[in-house]
Design a binder for this molecule. Structure first.
Ligand code: SF4
Length: 464
C-alpha cells in the first residue's frame, strides 16, 4: 500500500478508465458514485492512483483489443488493476477467463453490471477510508449519482440484458436476459438529473421497447402514484418530468414493435423528441430471419411509414450490417431500396465480421471480405445521399439548438445539436457568431438558430 493511503488526511486514489457503449458508461457512473460515496478519490493518471479499474468492452474484436491494451498499460504503469465490464465475462480459447489468460496479474475480474463485486474487490485491495467528513456523495445529482457525460446531458439506463438471441450478437451471453429497473427508480433518477442541470436525457438499454416485459408490466409507484413498468407509461412520465425544466428526452434502441405505435403520437406533441434510434440491421425478411432479429422485415417499412404519417418531424437513426453470411445481391439491393424508401435520416453500417462466440460464425455462405467491404461502401453512398438531401431541406428553418460548446460566450460561434442529432453518434450544428451583438451562447442552454448551410453530415446555422 502506498504512502498516500496510510496518511489519514489523504483519501485513497482510484484510477478509472471507461471503455465501450453508453450502457457500460452507466455502469462506470454507478461504480464511481459508490467510490465517491465511500470517500475514495479519483486519479487522472495511472501513476497517481493506488489502483486502477478498467471497465472494458467485448463487443467487436477491435474493442477487445483496445480493452486488453488498456489493461496492459494500466498494469505496466500502476501494477494494481481491477477489470470489469463485458470483456470480463468472456471466455478465452482454453475455456477459462480471457482477461486472466491474457493478463494473469490483474487483481480481480468481473463481468458487466457488477458494481457490488467491483466494490468488494476494491475493498479487498484498497481499504476504504473511515472519514465521516468525506463519507458523502459530493455531487449535486442526488440519487442520480456521478455522471461521466458533460453536465447538460446524461444517459438513463432503464434495463439490463436482452431476451433476444440475434445470431451476430454476444450481448445476451455476457449480460443475461432482460432485467428492467423499477419504474419508480428510473423516474426518480430522471428527476434528480433534471434538478442537477441535465437538459437532455438519453434513454438507453439493449431493447428499450421491451421495457417491463420481464416484470409483466407490473405496476410500480412514483411520488405516490401508480405507474406501469412499460415503455408508453415511462415515456409519458419522463415527458411530464422534463417539461418544467424545458429539457429533452431522447429514446435509443427502440425496436419496431406494434407497442411503439402508441408512443408516436406522444412524440408528435413534442414532449419527448421525435427521434427514434431503431437498429434495423437489415430489411430483407430472409436475412432478418438468419439474423434472428426481433422484428419482422415484412412489416418494418409499413410501420415506419405509418410513424412518419403520424409524426412528420420524426427523425430515424439506424444501424445496418452489409454482407451478412449468405446475403445475395438481391437481398442487398432490397436493403438499398429500404434505406431510400424509409428515408432513414442517419445510418451507420458495418461490413459483417465474425464476433468471437457468436452463432452467426457457423452460418454457411460467408462472403469474401472485399465483397462485404464493397457492399458497405455502396450502402453508405446511398445512405449519405438520402441523409444529405434531407439535411438540405432544413436550410432556412429556425430550429432549437442545444449548445455543446461556445467560444467566448458564443461571440465566435460554437457547436450545438438539434433534436435530430444525438450526442456522439449524429452530426452537429456549427454555430456562426450570432447576428445580434448582445446575444450570448452558453454551454448547456438552448438557442434558436437559422439553418444556413449543410457541411457533410453537419448543419451550419446563425443563432438568432
Ligand atoms: S436485440 Fe439482438 S443485437 Fe440487440 S442486444 Fe439483444 S441479442 Fe443483441
Amino acid at each position: 500500500m502506498s504512502d498516500a493511503i496510510s496518511t489519514p488526511t489523504q483519501a485513497p486514489r482510484v484510477g478509472f478508465v471507461s471503455l465501450g457503449c453508453p450502457k457500460a458508461l452507466t455502469d462506470s457512473e454507478l461504480i464511481l458514485t459508490q467510490l465517491s460515496a465511500q470517500g475514495y478519490q479519483t486519479s487522472k493518471t495511472f501513476q497517481g492512483a493506488d489502483l486502477v479499474i478498467v471497465n472494458t468492452c467485448g463487443f467487436i474484436d477491435a474493442a477487445v483489443k483496445e480493452s486488453l491494451d488498456t489493461i496492459g498499460e494500466a498494469l505496466a504503469e500502476n501494477g494494481r488493476v481491477i477489470v470489469t465490464g463485458c470483456l470480463g465475462a468472456k471466455a478465452g480459447e482454453d475455456g477459462g477467463n480471457l482477461v486472466r489468460q491474457m493478463h494473469p496479474k490483474v487483481l480481480a475480474v468481473t463481468g458487466p453490471h457488477a458494481t457490488q463485486e467491483v466494490m468488494d474487490a476494491v475493498h479487498a485491495n484498497l481499504p476504504k477510508p473511515h472519514n465521516p467528513l468525506i463519507d458523502l456523495v459530493p455531487n449535486s445529482f442526488g440519487v442520480a449519482g456521478i455522471k461521466l457525460t458533460p453536465r447538460h446531458y446524461a444517459y438513463l439506463k432503464i434495463s439490463e440484458g436482452c431476451n433476444h438471441r440475434c445470431t451476430f450478437c454476444i450481448i445476451p451471453s455476457m449480460r443475461g436476459d432482460l432485467v428492467s429497473r423499477p419504474v419508480g427508480d428510473v423516474l426518480s433518477e430522471a428527476k434528480a438529473l433534471f434538478e442537477g442541470g441535465v437538459k437532455e436525457l438519453l434513454v438507453v438499454s439493449q431493447d428499450t421497447s421491451a421495457y417491463g416485459v420481464d416484470l409483466k408490466y407490473r405496476t410500480g409507484f412514483w411520488e405516490g402514484r401508480p405507474v406501469k413498468t412499460r415503455l408508453l407509461e415511462l415515456v409519458e412520465h419522463l415527458g411530464e418530468i422534463a417539461e418544467p425544466y424545458g429539457a429533452w428526452v431522447r429514446l435509443h434502441y427502440v425496436y419496431p414493435y406494434p407497442s411503439v405505435d402508441d408512443v408516436i403520437p406522444f412524440m408528435a406533441t413534442g414532449r419527448v423528441l421525435p427521434y427514434l434510434d431503431v437498429p434495423f440491421q437489415h430489411s430483407h425478411p430472409d436475412v432478418l430471419r438468419r439474423m434472428k432479429r426481433p422484428a419482422s422485415g415484412e412489416r418494418n417499412l409499413d410501420r415506419l411509414l405509418q410513424w412518419r404519417a403520424a409524426c412528420p418531424e420524426i427523425v430515424v437513426r439506424s444501424t445496418f450490417i452489409a454482407g451478412f453470411p449468405g446475403e445475395t445481391e438481391a437481398e442487398f439491393s432490397h436493403l438499398l431500396d429500404f434505406v431510400r424508401e424509409a428515408q432513414i435520416d442517419r445510418a451507420g453500417c458495418f461490413a459483417y465480421s465474425d464476433v468471437n462466440g457468436a452463432a452467426a460464425n457457423l452460418l454457411p455462405g460467408m462472403l469474401p471480405l472485399e465483397l462485404r467491404e464493397e457492399r458497405r461502401a455502396r450502402f453508405m453512398k446511398v445512405a449519405e445521399e438520402v441523409s444529405i438531401t434531407k439535411l438540405q431541406r432544413r436550410i432556412g428553418a429556425v430550429m432549437q439548438v442545444l449548445v455543446d460548446s461556445a467560444v467566448s460566450m458564443g461571440k465566435k460561434g460554437g457547436v450545438g445539436r438539434t433534436y435530430a442529432d444525438a450526442p456522439e453518434i449524429d452530426g452537429v450544428v456549427r454555430l456562426l457568431p450570432p447576428e445580434k451583438i448582445s446575444k450570448v451562447l452558453k454551454v448547456g442552454e438552448f438557442t434558436k438558430a437559422r439553418i444556413v448551410g449543410v457541411q457533410g453530415h453537419d448543419l451550419t446555422a446563425v443563432p438568432i
